[in-house]
Ligand binder design. Structure first.
Ligand SMILES: [Mg+2]
Length: 223
């Protein structure tokens, strides 16, 4: 178990990390992505759904697949896909209070676009909790877990990756972080199959970010 006392930079994924996506926000985005692909390529919804999943598996996200294989304009796609109603997403006051108590720089690192990230963090009441936000536009549309955006975020916000801790629900996105020396926390969520052994790049894991922040940080780290 990696110690946390040296950490001075806290990096948070957004979707399904800073809020619980079981309310269906990500399903709505996936549906709209599929609809967009079907309309763009003039194929059925079912065919578009298969394509969307294939792009996710092959490229790390749907957008990068569309850009690579069809030269699609990222802005129109991202705007359409993320134009969802957020009213089912429940803000968590424990997460907000715990993040506010953390000492050091706090950064959001998301594969989502800037306008949706701003809207979601405002909806969650945490838009003032972070020093910096790094979205897919900042990564030149190359998503996690490609290594390049990890180098870019370190360079852009000038922190020491060995003194950073990253929270993520998508396990594989923690591998480049660990490779750069970051401490990693995997947010497993409720519905994941428990694995007997986590990969070596997962240093800590928890079902819910709020619980972990409360028990590990606020009780053990000096303030
Ligand atoms: Mg996520």
């Amino acid at each position: 178990m990696k110690s946390l006392t040296h950490i001075d930079t806290w990096i948070f994924d957004m979707d399904n990390t800073l809020y619980d996506a079981s309310t269906g926000a990500l399903d709505k985005i996936s549906y709209r992505m599929t609809y967009y692909i079907a309309d763009l390529l003039k194929i059925s919804f079912e065919e578009a759904n298969v394509l969307r999943r294939n792009y996710w598996n092959k490229y790390g996200n749907t957008l990068y697949g569309l850009m690579t294989e069809h030269g699609s304009d990222p802005c129109g796609f991202l705007e359409y896909a993320h134009d969802i109603d957020l009213s089912d997403v429940k803000p968590c006051s424990v997460i907000r209070e715990s993040i506010e108590l953390l000492q050091g720089k706090k950064i959001i690192f998301t594969n989502a676009p800037r306008s949706y990230t701003a809207r979601m963090t405002k909806h969650l009441g945490i838009d003032r909790c972070f020093d910096n936000v790094f979205t897919i536009e900042d990564a030149d549309y190359l998503p996690k877990p490609y290594l390049e955006p990890y180098f870019t975020i370190v360079e852009k916000f000038r922190f020491d990756s060995h003194q950073a801790c990253m929270f993520e629900d998508t396990e594989i996105n923690l591998k480049p972080a660990a490779d750069l020396g970051m401490t990693t926390v995997w947010i497993t969520g409720k519905n994941r199959e428990p694995k007997e052994h986590s990969p070596v790049y997962v240093h800590h894991k928890t079902e819910k970010l709020a619980d972990w922040l409360q028990s590990e940080i606020n009780t053990k780290l000096p303030r």
